[in-house]
Design a protein around this ligand. Structure first.
Ligand code: SF4
Length: 216
């Protein structure tokens, strides 16, 4: 396999518009879900079997008292050695496909045979359809990629915060962007770039964005 594909999510460019979240629903024919206002602009509050992309909103105060408001366009990281695949296939063989050309981690119908509680993911991604028991999550839009298109979330992003391409190029872009950001934000970093295909750049401690941002 070549080095496959990757997605770069540069949170410093994200405006929290949620175009990516809507595009994911639209492309994958996922319905809207009824939600409740609980005092945050984030909506919905988490992934579900019919929500595979969530822009997380986090606000608080820095150590010096200055406020922060961060956006984190959360999705499956398409891990290089996916703990979910390893844990699922301890009981059900060939339930998860790791696409040769892209490296995308894609669940099949066979995932309904696994005990959901046994599925490991450091980022809290997979969910289960309560009726069919099939596990669901982002597919990297493998159906679009195979037809020469880029993932729907990437296509929809109006600020260039989400970028798709050959992994080697994305890794290079991430490195250069972190070097640039560090001039203004000394804590800027790429999160686990050697372990995942969806690489996040943050300008502060990942835990301030989302409890699972850096993995557990
Ligand atoms: Fe699997 Fe979680 Fe990695 Fe996605 S982020 S490939 S669901 S372990």
């Amino acid at each position: 396999m070549s080095n496959g594909k990757s997605i770069l999510v540069d949170t410093s460019l994200c405006t929290g518009c949620r175009g990516c979240q809507v595009a994911c629903k639209q492309w994958n024919n996922l319905p809207g879900t009824k939600t409740k206002q609980i005092g945050t602009y984030q909506n919905p509050q988490d992934f579900s079997f019919e929500t595979w992309k969530v822009v997380r909103f986090a606000d608080g105060r820095q150590e010096d008292g200055k406020p922060y408001w961060y956006f984190f366009s959360d999705m499956c990281r398409h891990c290089i050695e996916p703990p979910c695949k390893i844990s699922i296939e301890m009981t059900v063989k060939d339930a998860v496909i790791q696409d040769q050309a892209t490296g995308a981690v894609v669940y099949t119908e066979k995932t309904k045979q696994v005990q959901f509680k046994d599925v490991m993911c450091p980022y809290g991604i997979p969910k289960q359809n309560p009726k069919t028991k099939v596990l669901t999550k982002c597919t990297m839009c493998i159906d679009r990629i195979k037809n020469g298109l880029i993932p729907a979330c990437v296509k929809a992003c109006p600020t260039g915060a989400v970028v798709f391409g050959d992994r080697d190029k994305i890794l290079d872009m991430a490195k250069k962007r972190v070097t640039e950001l560090k001039k203004t934000y000394p804590k800027a970093m790429a999160i686990n770039p050697d372990e995942v295909r969806v690489i996040y750049i943050v300008t502060d401690n990942p835990k301030k964005y989302w409890k699972f941002a850096a993995g557990v």
